[in-house]
Structure formats: C-alpha cells, structure tokens
Ligand binder design. Structure first.
Ligand code: F6R
Length: 612
C-alpha cells in the first residue's frame, strides 16, 4: 500500500532523503510516486506514473536546496494510476502539499461542499480533498498549519496517515494517523515521518509510534504530539534494533532470495531465545497470566495470506500436542461471520506487518467480546503489537520482499513453541515428549541449510516448468497448509495459475485438471500421512501428471514414479512443514525468475495491506 516519507532538516537539502526513503518503501507496492518541497518560499511538486525511476528522471537537473519535503509512493484505490492522481496533492493556491495513505470514506460529501465553494479538483482521488480542506482552514496562513490539519481531520471519516507541508508555514512538517501506519523518526540533523522504519533507518534508529487520532508537529529540532482535541500526548522514544544491512540486499539480487537464505539464522535465534537449553520454554513478552492460559477452552487463530497458512500449521500442531480445540479463519471472513466469542477463547492473530486491516479489525472484534488476544508479530510497535494483550515477536528482521518467506517459518516456529509451552503449562504432554520435540526443533536450522544446498537443482526443476499454464500442490495433514502456501507463493510472484489442495480432496474435483502437461508438486515426507499420499501420487501418475515430489532422504519408493525429486532430511512429521517450505519458496522464486517477473514487487500486490 502507499508509502509516505517526510523530512525537515536543519541545514541539508532534503531531496536525496526523500528519494532514498521512497526506494526503501518500494516493497510496499506502488504504481506512481511524487515529492513536494518548499523551494525559495514556494511549493515545488514533481510526480510521475510508474516506477521511481520515472520520478528520478523527471527530477534530474533540478537544483533543489530545500530543507523540508514530503514524498509518496501510491498504490491506486480511488482513481487509476496517473500523474494527476499521484501524490502529493496541492490546494488551488499551491500553498499546501499533502501525501496520504488510507481512504477518506466521506470524500464525496466533502468534495461536493468544496466544489460548491468554487474549488476545482485536479484528480479523481479521495486524498485531494484534504489539501483543499487544510487550505481553507489555514485562512491564508492566519491559522498555524498543525491547527488547520487538526480542524480538517475533524471533518474526515475513514483511515489516514498523512504528511503535510505549507509554503506559508515553511518551518513545520505535520503528520497524523488514524488506522494507517505512520512512524516518527527523531534524528540529530532533523526529524522524519515515514510509513515504516526502513525509510529512515539510515538517518536514525530513534522512533516514536503515534496512536490513532494523533497529530505530529515536527520542526528541525523538536517534536510534539497531540490528539484531535488538542491534548498533548507523551510518547516513549524506542530504539530500533534493525541494522541497515537488513534493509538492503546485501549482495543478493533480490530481497526474496536474501530472506529465504536468512531462515536458518532466524529460526535458530527464535529457538535460542525461547528455549535456550532445550528444557523450559519461556516467553517474556507474553503478558498473559498463566492462570488465564490454564483456563482457556478454545483457541481461535485469525490471519491473512501466508500468515493464515502459518496459522493453519499451528492449528495442526496445537491439536496434535495439546487437548485444546482450535479454529482457524481468514481474517476477512472471521470479522463478518458472527463468530461466537467469549472470555474462555484465546484469539491468536498472526501478522508480519502488524498492520493488516482485516486482522486488526478481527482483533478488535474479539477484544470487544472479552477474548484474550495473543499475537505473533514481526514489526514491533505496529498497531497489532500495541493492541494485543500479549505478543510473541518473531524477531525475523525486516521482511522487504513482498512474498513472505522468513516471516512464515518464523511464525510457525513461534507457534510450535507456544503450543509446547501450553502443553507444558496445562500438563497435556509429558515432559519427555516435549523435550524430544524440542530436540528435533533445534535441528531445524542446520537441516534448512542442507535443503538450501539443493538450490541449483531446485532452480533447474523450476526452469523446466516455468511456462506451464497451471500447477497443482498436494499435501496432507501437517503439509496441507504447505500445499496452500506453495501454490500461493508460486502464483503471487510468477503469475502462474496454481492451486493447493488437501490430497484427499483430489478425487472430489481437482483430479479433472491432471494431464500430461500439468506439474503436480506432491509433498510426501515420512510420517502418518505418507501411505495415503503415496496412493494420491499414484492417482496422479495414472493420469500422466508431471510428478515433482518432496520426499524424505532415502525414499526410493516414490522416486521411481516422480519426474523430479527434492529431498528433505528426516525429522518428526510435525516439523516437516518448516523444511518443506524451503523448496516451495525456491521453486516459486526460480519459476518467477525464469519468466523475468518483478519478484520483489509483484504486480497488484502490496506488502502491508492496510485497507480492507
Ligand atoms: C504472501 C504474503 C501475504 C501476507 C498477508 C498478511 O506472500 O505476504 O499473503 O502474508 O498479506 O500479511 P501480514 O502477515 O503482514 O498480516
């Protein structure tokens, strides 16, 4: 979704920061971009449809010395991608410039009022109304910019993160948020606004996280936060632990590939932090009373996309290793399906970004019904982090590739540890079995390294099937979610039509798809589901499907009927999805690479889905 940057420096020109900041937000997905600065007392705006390179070209040769500016990458909602619809938007006197992420729901009503007053609109966007409203409220500079913003926002309904500058008030950068992410960076040379930390990490690691309904007034050496009723708000300044290396490609061609390779370290760190000696599991930030956890009667998992698939695995793991019944929903359904909720239900939300609109709405719904909310979150300080009763941080570092990889396996690792923690607390598993499972879990980082060594082989398989029209992914039990995730990964970055199914469901429809041209990725590691998977693979063989099997090392049985095989090391079946994830991610990556797709920023997708 849209990315916002804003900066007010003491004495440096601001343009380079704006462009670099926007580059670091490219991962969010966008179709146009723009910047506005105050140059020699007047507003200068430049915006372009397409990638940031277009904007850079347009700005080439501009000799900008301004200390203050805002920038934006737009992901179209109201109005097609075009130069006119790109942000920043300005008022009719070209004094106010605004960038916006979110949707102003009552924009039509506000627009009609403004048109009646003689305002001419130059875009089809909802965001432009804010520029005109702020201009009206500022009364030609008589009202301070922050107050004009406050009065305007009082009229707006919907979601927003905004950054605003005015040529009448050139020493101020004003931001505000409601429902869309915005952070404030506090630096030595100036202060910043951004949608996300990577945009400002080179300049500062000190940030504050404003709450919904708050306005931020920045000068080059001060910051103030107040609410829509003008009440001043104090915020803790957080220190970000991410390093600049983590937000750059660091020698890799693509963020996605870098993040796939980071998985052994991420999982090792999670295991070491929560279970350092292989004995007790601890979660310092859990913040939910043991008595409450002992008393819960059900767990309801809610998330979207890849995080939903991680949740699906966690459901299987919880049901296999505790006595708790577990539901799982995609958040966009949960929030509208009238779930029967009460205080005995623990709602587990899972989100890399911590900002996903449907997951957040589900969390709020569950909270209003008295449920305890536990969240598995990657981004500290995100809204889901702040609104949950307890949190388990994945500490996976920034995930910048749009397709989620390391966050997925990190979520699964945190989830399985939480399940074992509950089993230990509720005495639903004997300590010997818990220890045995943990011992296996600690083998995961090294085993993932082993799987990663097959990268070349996997890339070859991928290139052979890259131009297939469709692909089928089949799995059972713990690896049914893996099949769903494998298909999602492939379709989202390579645009190949791909379907994941529970292998047992094949006969109920998907089998009709199988012919000699269809690659069928069969996930068949050793375990209780193996024999049944073999039968399903044989059914694919009988229909001449192209079988690509993911098998446990040493499996000769399925090797003979598979066109290609990928091997994973032997591990307890419950943990196989963490190994299976690696070839599935690499297959998707190399299929997309063979086809020349824009892997880190696939078409139509956004990293952080902050609108419904
Ligand atoms: C797919 C992908 C998405 C996200 C989903 C939820 O690769 O990344 O499906 O998993 O949008 O996002 P978060 O985890 O930020 O809530």
């Amino acid at each position: 979704m849209c990315g916002i940057v804003g900066c007010i420096y003491k004495k440096e020109p601001v343009l380079d920061f704006l462009i670099e900041g926007l580059e670091r937000l490219e991962y969010r997905g966008y179709d146009s971009s723009g910047v506005a600065v105050i140059e020699k007392g007047a507003l200068f705006t430049s915006k372009q449809e397409g990638k940031l390179n277009q904007l850079k070209k347009a700005l080439k040769g501009e000799n900008c010395s301004s200390f203050i500016g805002i920038g934006h990458t737009r992901w179209a909602t109201h109005g097609r991608p075009s130069q006119a619809n790109s942000h920043p938007h300005t008022d009719i006197d070209n004094e106010i410039a605004i960038v916006h992420n979110g949707i102003i729901e009552n924009f039509q009503e506000l627009k009609s009022e403004l048109i009646e007053q003689g305002v001419q609109f130059s875009s089809e966007t909802d965001s432009e109304v804010l520029a005109h409203l702020i201009h009206n409220q500022s009364q030609a500079g008589k009202i301070p910019l922050e107050e004009a913003v406050r009065l305007s926002l009082k009229k707006a309904k919907g979601a927003y993160a905004i950054a605003v500058i005015s040529s009448r008030d050139p020493e101020k950068l004003v931001g505000a948020r409601l429902g869309s992410p915005l952070i404030v960076g506090i630096g030595k040379n100036g202060n910043y606004l951004a949608s996300d930390v990577p945009a400002i990490l080179k300049q500062t690691n000190k940030v504050i996280y404003p709450n919904d309904g708050e306005i931020i007034l920045l000068t080059a050496d001060s910051y103030k936060v107040f609410d829509l009723d003008k009440k001043s708000v104090k915020h803790k300044v957080h220190t970000i632990e991410w390093t600049l290396d983590q937000v750059t490609k660091n020698g890799y061609d693509k963020f996605m590939l870098k993040e796939i390779h980071e998985q052994p370290k991420v999982i090792e760190a999670i295991l070491k932090q929560r279970n350092p000696k292989g004995e007790q599991i601890s979660f310092e930030e859990l913040n939910i009373d043991e008595a409450v956890l002992k008393g819960i009667e059900r767990i309801s998992i809610v998330s979207c996309g890849t995080a939903y698939h991680a949740g699906f695995f966690i459901k299987y793991f919880l049901e296999n290793n505790t006595d708790l019944p577990v539901d799982i929903d995609v958040a966009s359904e949960f929030r509208y399906r009238k779930p029967k909720l009460n205080s005995k239900i623990l709602v587990l939300t899972i989100s890399q970004s911590g900002e996903t609109a449907d997951t957040l709405a589900s969390l709020r719904l569950a909270k209003s019904k008295g449920c305890q909310i536990l969240s598995i979150v990657n981004v500290m300080g995100s809204t889901i982090d702040r609104e949950s009763d307890g949190v388990i941080y994945t500490h996976a570092g920034p995930e910048i590739g749009v397709a989620s990889t390391k966050a997925y396996t990190a979520q699964m690792t945190c989830g399985l540890l939480f399940a074992l923690y509950l089993a230990q607390l509720r005495k639903e598993m004997d300590s010997k079995s818990i220890k045995a499972m943990l011992k296996e879990a600690h083998k995961l980082p090294e085993m993932i390294q082993t799987v990663l060594k097959q990268e070349k082989h996997i890339a070859e398989i991928a290139s052979q099937h890259a131009y297939a029209e469709s692909a089928l992914y089949l799995g059972r039990g713990f690896n049914f979610p893996s099949a769903l995730e494998g298909a999602l990964k492939n379709k989202e970055i390579s645009y190949m039509h791909a379907e994941g199914h529970a292998a047992g469901e094949m006969k109920h429809g998907p089998i009709a798809l199988i012919d000699h041209k269809l690659p069928v990725f069969c996930i068949c590691p050793d375990g209780d589901s193996y024999e049944k998977m073999v039968s399903n693979v044989k059914e694919v063989e009988a229909r001449k499907g192209l079988i690509i099997s993911i098998l446990t090392e040493g499996d000769k049985n399925l090797e003979s009927i598979s066109k290609e095989t990928i091997f994973i090391p032997k591990i307890k079946e419950d943990l196989t999805p963490l190994l299976v994830a690696i070839p599935l991610q690499l297959l998707a990556f190399y299929i997309a690479e063979t086809k020349g797709c824009d892997i880190d920023q696939p078409r139509n997708l956004a990293k952080s889905v902050t609108v419904e």
